[in-house]
Design a protein around this ligand. Structure first.
Ligand code: GLN
Ligand code: ZN
Length: 765
C-alpha cells in the first residue's frame, strides 16, 4: 500500500473558472452541442483542473489530486454508478444495462410527466443534491464506469489521482423510499445488497491504477436524518468491514465532514480501512481510539465552507494535536472546496486589502501545501508563511470597517425585539380594509430577457443610470397595472431592480463586498455568487424605499414593501467568522429595522421580510439547534420589532416542512406567513391546523417551479381544502414563491385563475 499524501483536498469546484461546465451542459441540453462534444469539453475541463492542482502543489503521482468531477451532482453519480435509479427511468438504460449521459440528465431534470429526482440541501451547505429513490425493487448493479474512466483519463496524462465517491451508507441514508416501496420502508435496509457493487467498483478502480479511493460519508455526522447516529455508525461498521476485506481494492479514505465525528470516530478507527478525514473546522480533535496504528488521519484544517484565509498557525497547531493520537497525519481541507469559488486572483475589482484576507479554492490548495511541508520538514520550515497568515488576520481584525463604532454603539433593549400583542395588531390592521382571503404575490414578477439585458448593459456602463432608472420605473408601472387589472388586493412592485434577493441588499449595505467571478455551484448547472460580509453592517441610505413609494404612488391598493431577512442574507453570503453569527445577524437586522421605519414613513403599511433560508441554516447537531433558533428568530424580531401596530409584517418561507420549525415560525411573530404548499397539494394545512397557528397564513396555491398553469378548479379545490382546515380570517391566497423565473404568459394566466378561484370560494365563506 502506498502512503497517503502529506497534503490533499477533499474535492475541488467542478463548474470551471469561467463556468465552462454550465455552458457546455446547457448547450448540450439545448441541442447546440452533441454528446461527443460535451465529453470532449468536460475532458478538457478535468484535465486542466488536474494540471492546475498539480501546479498549485498537489502531487501528480501520490493520489493527492481528488477525482471529484461531476456532470450534475455527486449523489446522482453514486446512485447511477450502483444502478439505483427509479423504475420510471428504467427504460433509459442502454442495451448493456448502463446508464448513459442523456439518461443521467433525464433523471436529474425530468422529462414530460416523468418527474426528476427531488432536490434538497447537502448538509448545512448551500449545495443541493438529488435525492435517490430506493425500494425493495431496486436492483443494484454497476451501471456506469464514469469514475473508472476518469481515473484512466488521468493515468493517460501521467497522473495517479484519487477517485471520490459518495459512500454506501450516505447514499442510502440520503435516499428516500421509492414510490413502489411499502409504507415505512427504510432504504438503509438494503445496505447488504448494495455493498457487492461497491466491492466491484473498488476492484475496477484498483485495476485502473487507483491507489487510494475516497468514500464520502458525511451522513455519519448528521443528526438531521431519519436514521439515528447509532444506526448510521452501525451501518458504517458493517459496510467498512465488507469493503475493507474486499480482495482487490485501493486503500480507503473515509471522509465524514460537516460536523464533529463524535461517537463515529472510534467506529472508523476500528474499521479495516487506511485513512480517516476529520473535519477540524467544525469538529474537535478526537479522543484517542483503538485501531489507529498504521492509519492516516487527514486533518481538515483549511476551512472548506468559507473564503477566509484563516489562521494557518492555529491550523498547524491542530495538525500537531492530531499527531498526538499516534497515527500518521496529513493536511487537508475540512470539506470539499465545492463550496468556494475558484480563485481570488481573478477578482480585479475587489479591494486589495480585502483580497489579502481571502482564500478561494486555489489559495486553499496552496495553504494545504504549506501545512504539508510543515508536517514533513518541521514547523520552522513554514514559519514565514505562518507569520504572514497571522499578520493578515491581525490586519483584518484591526482594519477600518471591520469594527465600526457607530454600529457597535447602538444599544439594544429587550423591548426592541417585540411588537405589541397580536390581538392589538390585528385590531389596528383592520384599518387596512382587506377583504376576506386577501390575494397577493410573493414579490418578484418575471425577470424578462429585457430586464436582464438592461441590467447587464447598465452594469457594463453602456447605458446611463437615468435611462436604466426610467426603464425600471416603466417596468414597475406595468407590473402594478397588471396586478390592478387582475384584481389582486395587496400589490408588489415586482423587484425588477434586483439581480438577486441577497446580493441586491449586499450591494446597498456597508460591510459587504461583491465578487466578479466568485461563482459557487448551487445545483446542477446553477451557480450563485455569494457576497462577502466582511465588516460591520450598516445602511448608508434607504435601499428599497424609492421603489416601493413610487409603486405605491401608482395605486390606491396597498403596496407591499419587500425586504430580505437577516438570516437569509447571512445564509447566502460568505460571512465573517470573527464573531458569533447572531451578532452579525443583529447588525443586518438593525439596518433592516431602519429601512422598515423609512418605508412606514413613506406610507407603506404592509412590509414583507423574506426568510426562505431560516430552515436551511439549522445546525446538523441537535444540541446546536436551540441556540441557532434563538439568534435567528431574534434577528427577525429585531428587524421587525419597530414596526407600528398598524403595519402588517409578512414573512415568506420557501418550503412546506412547516412542522420542523413550527416553534421558530411562531416565534417570528409575523402577522402573515406565506409558505410553499401547492406541490404537496396543501398537505401542509393539515399540519398547520394540527399544531395550531393563529396568525395570518398564506399556503401557496400555485407551484411556480413548473411552467404549468393551474386551472381555476384546481386552485379552487386547494383553497377549499385550506378553508376546511384553517379559519378563514387567517387565510391568504398567494403563489408558492416569487414569479421571477416564470414568463409573463403563464404568470398572467395562472394569476387570473387564482383570482377567479378565490372569487368562487369567497362566495361560500
Ligand atoms: N420576494 C422574493 C421573490 O418573490 C422571495 C424569493 C424567495 O423566497 N426565494 O422573489
Ligand atoms: Zn420562496
Amino acid at each position: 500500500m502506498t502512503a497517503f499524501p502529506e497534503g490533499t483536498i477533499l474535492g475541488y469546484p467542478r463548474i470551471g473558472r469561467r463556468r465552462e461546465l454550465k455552458k457546455a451542459v446547457e448547450a448540450f441540453w439545448a441541442g447546440r452541442i452533441d454528446e461527443e462534444e460535451l465529453e470532449r469539453t468536460t475532458r478538457e475541463l478535468r484535465a486542466s483542473t488536474r494540471e492546475r492542482l498539480a501546479e498549485l502543489g498537489l502531487g501528480r503521482k501520490d493520489s493527492a489530486i481528488p477525482e471529484s468531477f461531476s456532470y450534475y451532482d455527486q449523489v446522482l453519480d453514486a446512485a447511477v454508478t450502483v444502478g439505483a435509479i427509479p423504475t420510471r427511468f428504467e427504460d433509459l438504460r442502454g442495451a448493456d444495462g448502463t446508464v448513459g449521459l442523456p439518461a443521467y440528465f433525464t433523471i436529474a431534470r425530468g422529462e414530460g410527466d416523468r418527474a426528476p429526482l427531488e432536490m434538497t440541501k447537502w448538509f448545512d451547505s448551500n449545495y443541493h443534491y438529488l435525492v435517490p429513490e430506493i425500494g425493495p425493487e431496486t436492483v443494484f448493479s454497476l451501471s456506469s464506469d464514469r469514475l473508472v474512466r476518469q481515473v484512466s483519463e488521468a493515468a493517460e496524462a501521467g497522473l495517479v489521482t484519487r477517485p471520490v465517491i459518495v459512500g454506501p451508507v450516505t447514499l442510502l441514508a440520503l435516499a428516500k423510499a421509492s414510490d413502489d416501496a411499502p409504507q415505512g420502508f427504510d432504504p438503509l435496509s438494503r445496505l447488504d445488497d448494495l455493498l457487492p457493487v461497491y466491492v466491484e467498483l473498488l476492484a475496477r478502480l484498483r485495476a485502473e491504477g487507483a491507489e487510494w479511493v475516497q468514500l464520502d460519508e458525511p451522513a455519519l455526522v448528521s443528526e438531521s436524518l431519519p436514521a439515528s447516529v447509532a444506526q448510521l455508525s452501525d451501518a458504517a461498521a458493517r459496510a467498512l468491514d465488507v469493503l475493507g476485506r474486499a480482495p482487490e481494492r485501493p486503500a480507503i479514505l473515509v471522509a465524514a465532514p460537516y460536523a464533529d465525528l463524535g461517537e463515529v470516530f472510534p467506529v472508523l478507527a476500528a474499521a479495516p480501512i487506511e485513512a480517516i478525514a476529520v473535519d477540524l473546522v467544525r469538529g474537535g480533535v478526537p479522543a484517542p481510539a483503538a485501531g489507529l496504528e498504521g492509519k492516516t488521519l487527514v486533518g481538515g484544517v483549511v476551512d472548506g465552507h468559507n473564503i477566509w484565509r484563516g489562521d494557518l498557525a492555529h491550523a498547524f497547531d491542530r495538525l500537531e494535536a492530531l499527531r498526538a493520537l499516534g497515527a500518521a497525519v496529513s493536511a487537508s481541507t475540512s470539506t470539499s472546496l465545492l463550496h468556494v469559488p475558484h480563485d481570488v486572483t481573478d477578482e480585479s475589482r475587489l479591494d486589495e486589502r480585502l483580497v489579502s484576507w481571502l482564500a478561494f479554492a486555489d489559495q486553499k490548495v496552496q495553504q494545504v501545501g504549506v501545512l504539508a511541508r510543515g508536517l514533513s520538514v518541521g514547523r520552522a520550515s513554514i514559519a514565514a508563511e505562518l507569520d504572514a497568515s497571522s499578520a493578515a488576520l491581525a490586519d483584518r481584525l484591526a482594519a477600518p470597517g471591520v469594527r465600526d463604532g457607530a454600529v457597535r454603539d447602538r444599544a439594544l433593549s429587550t423591548a426592541d425585539f417585540s411588537r405589541v400583542g397580536y390581538e392589538e395588531r390585528e385590531t389596528a390592521q383592520e384599518a387596512l380594509g382587506l377583504p376576506v382571503l386577501p390575494l397577493t404575490t410573493i414579490g418578484s414578477f418575471p425577470q424578462t430577457g429585457d430586464i436582464r439585458r438592461a441590467r447587464a448593459r447598465f452594469t457594463r456602463g453602456e447605458i446611463p443610470a437615468e435611462d436604466y432608472d426610467d426603464f425600471l420605473r416603466r417596468e414597475v408601472a406595468s407590473v402594478v397595472s397588471l396586478q390592478e387589472d387582475l384584481g389582486l388586493d395587496v400589490l408588489v412592485h415586482g423587484e425588477p431592480e434586483r439581480n438577486d434577493m441577497v446580493q441586491y441588499f449586499a450591494e446597498n449595505l456597508d460591510g459587504f463586498a461583491v465578487t466578479e467571478h466568485g461563482w459557487v455551484q448551487s445545483y446542477g448547472s446553477r451557480a450563485t455568487r455569494p457576497s462577502i460580509l466582511w465588516g460591520d453592517v450598516s445602511r448608508p441610505a434607504p435601499i428599497t424605499v424609492g421603489w416601493s413609494a413610487y409603486a405605491q404612488s401608482l395605486t390606491s391598493k396597498h403596496l407591499k414593501g419587500m425586504l430580505t431577512g437577516p438570516v437569509t442574507i447571512l445564509a447566502w453570503s460568505f460571512v465573517r467568522d470573527d464573531q458569533p453569527l447572531g451578532e452579525t445577524a443583529n447588525q443586518v437586522a438593525l439596518a433592516l429595522r431602519d429601512e422598515i421605519a423609512d418605508l412606514e414613513a413613506a406610507g407603506i403599511a404592509i412590509i414583507q421580510v423574506d426568510e426562505p433560508a431560516l430552515r436551511e441554516l439549522l445546525p446538523l447537531k441537535k444540541a446546536d439547534q436551540p441556540a441557532y433558533l434563538r439568534w435567528s428568530v431574534d434577528s427577525f424580531r429585531l428587524a421587525t420589532g419597530g414596526a407600528a401596530a398598524g403595519t402588517q409584517v409578512h414573512t415568506h418561507l420557501c418550503y412546506s416542512e412547516f412542522g420542523v420549525v413550527i416553534d421558530a415560525i411562531r416565534a417570528l411573530d409575523a402577522d402573515v406567513t406565506s409558505i410553499e404548499a401547492a406541490r404537496s397539494r396543501m398537505e401542509v394545512v393539515a399540519d398547520i391546523a394540527e399544531v395550531g397557528f393563529d396568525h395570518g397564513i398564506g399556503p401557496g396555491v400555485y407551484d411556480i417551479h413548473s411552467p404549468r398553469v393551474p386551472t381555476v378548479e384546481e386552485v379552487e379545490s386547494l383553497l377549499r381544502r385550506a378553508v376546511e382546515e384553517i379559519p378563514t380570517r387567517q387565510l391568504w391566497v398567494n403563489p408558492d414563491c416569487g414569479l421571477k423565473t416564470r414568463g409573463y404568459e403563464e404568470t398572467t394566466a395562472s394569476l387570473r385563475n387564482i383570482v377567479e378561484a378565490t372569487r368562487r370560494v369567497r362566495e361560500d365563506v
